[in-house]
Write a protein that binds this ligand. Structure first.
Ligand SMILES: *[C@@H]1O[C@H](CO)[C@@H](O)[C@H](O)[C@H]1NC(C)=O
Ligand SMILES: *[C@@H]1O[C@H](CO)[C@@H](O)[C@H](O)[C@H]1NC(C)=O
Length: 403
């Protein structure tokens, strides 16, 4: 193939043409500076999350978040009608005093936002007529609108092992606080020498272009979970190949977390468990063992619940972008979804390589040789994510690595 730059450009063009409309920071320049007030306002926004159909025009500016005022009173907060009562998630009890849950419940703002009984994962028992009827009214990743019942049903039916119902088994950590590290790919990790600290966690989450070789001192080597959408996984293999991201992390104890952002994710997951090539769609003919290794079974895979993605977006990352023409494309970044998944499953959570207030000092990723500015995609709201991490860190709910 030609030069890496050519490849990158090509990838971006392809992605733009196919679906996800990747626009750069020019757009963001108009979105305003990060402000902690803004996130608080948006966190407490009581209206249901509305995801506009693409192509519709919007009442621009008619739903600005109210800034100023006494944002901490939180008295007017009501859970949105769109968020149904979650089914019990069967969460295993934690023996941990200084847990995410304990700290969140002690915080006046975050105790109104977290709902620890929201189911995180989806498995075969969720495939009921009631769930189908409910989720087919919401588009992906928050539901199943436009997806075939046969594809969703046959995929979920394969997620029938007990390992599909929880991220990890508390019995493996008797009487312990289970500490998780979530490793984003931010340039802040270059030269950080955090590898040992990261690997000292019980469980380590990584995602997308998680280059390890050559960066062990900075990012460690342990991988308990790898999170992705089929789109971000395949794009990472193309875009970061030049930095050594030539294959998806594999390992005996490694589990994959599928983010169901498209029918592609259901199709790839089903084929991965069946050990067959993808039979239809844009990944037709693709062999899942190329990504996940040979002889993988259902226990290897976790599928995030569309209700969980809806809850996270509505309560933690309800972006102003939802009110723009890009509203239907918006979703939290893969890193945000992994960090929030850890927050709802682990006792303690450290975040490495996530966006911080001084992000401009660092390259986009830790493995770039020459500094590249952080790329802002129109379908994510990195400034809102930055404000959330900083806010969670100040509340003592996560430990955010900063320098
Ligand atoms: C799960 O489903 C597969 C395929 O239908 C079946 O072979 C397997 O025995 C089931 N496993 C469990 C634990 O029920
Ligand atoms: C990352 O660190 C290495 C070693 O310190 C340095 O040579 C390289 O330029 C850095 N990359 C960026 C993008 O700053």
């Amino acid at each position: 193939m030609g030069s890496p730059h050519w490849k990158r450009l090509c990838l971006l063009l392809m992605a733009g043409l196919t679906s996800s409309l990747l626009l750069y920071s020019h757009y963001y320049a108009t979105m305003g500076a990060p402000s902690s007030q803004r996130i608080i306002a948006s966190l407490l926004q009581p209206e249901p999350l509305v995801l506009a159909a693409s192509g519709t025009s919007h009442r621009a500016g008619s739903r600005r978040w109210a800034l100023g005022g006494n944002l901490d009173s939180g008295n007017s907060f009501k859970p949105s009608a769109e968020l149904e009562e979650p089914e019990p998630s069967g969460k295993q009890p934690s023996p941990c005093l200084h847990s995410v849950m304990a700290r969140a419940k002690a915080d006046p703002k975050f105790r109104e936002i977290f709902r620890f009984d929201t189911p995180v994962l989806m498995w075969d028992q969720h495939f009921t007529l009631e769930t189908w009827n409910r989720l087919k009214a919401r588009h992906v990743p928050y539901g199943w609108q436009g997806l075939s019942l046969a594809v969703v049903g046959s995929t979920l039916r394969l997620l029938n092992s007990s390992a599909n119902r929880h991220l990890w088994d508390r019995a493996a950590f008797p009487g312990r606080c289970v500490r998780c590290a979530v490793v984003g790919n931010g340039g802040i990790l270059n030269g950080s020498r955090q590898g040992r600290a990261i690997d000292s966690h019980d469980l380590v989450f990584r995602l997308n272009g998680a280059v390890i070789k050559g960066f062990e001192e900075d990012v460690g080597t342990k991988v308990s979970f790898y999170g992705f959408t089929v789109n971000t996984m395949k794009n990472s293999l193309i875009a970061y190949e030049e930095y050594g991201f030539t294959r998806i992390p594999q390992g005996k104890d490694l589990k994959y977390i599928f983010i169901p952002s498209d029918v592609r994710d259901y199709l790839m997951l089903r084929s991965a468990i069946q050990g067959t090539p993808v039979p239809e769609g844009s990944d037709k003919g693709d062999e899942p063992q190329k990504y996940f290794g040979p002889k993988v079974s259902a226990e290897k895979f976790k599928l995030l619940h569309p209700d969980f993605l809806q809850y996270l977006t509505a309560r933690f990352l309800r972006s102003d972008l939802l009110n723009t023409q890009y509203g239907s494309l918006y979703m939290p970044s893969t890193g945000a979804l992994m960090l929030l998944t850890a927050l709802h499953t682990c006792d303690q959570v450290s975040a490495y390589g996530f966006i911080t207030a001084n992000y401009e000092q660092f390259s986009d990723h830790y493995y770039e040789v020459e500094k590249k500015p952080l790329v802002f995609y129109a379908n994510h709201d990195m400034m809102l994510e930055a404000a959330l991490w900083s806010s969670l860190h100040r509340a003592g709910i996560i430990t955010l690595y900063q320098r």
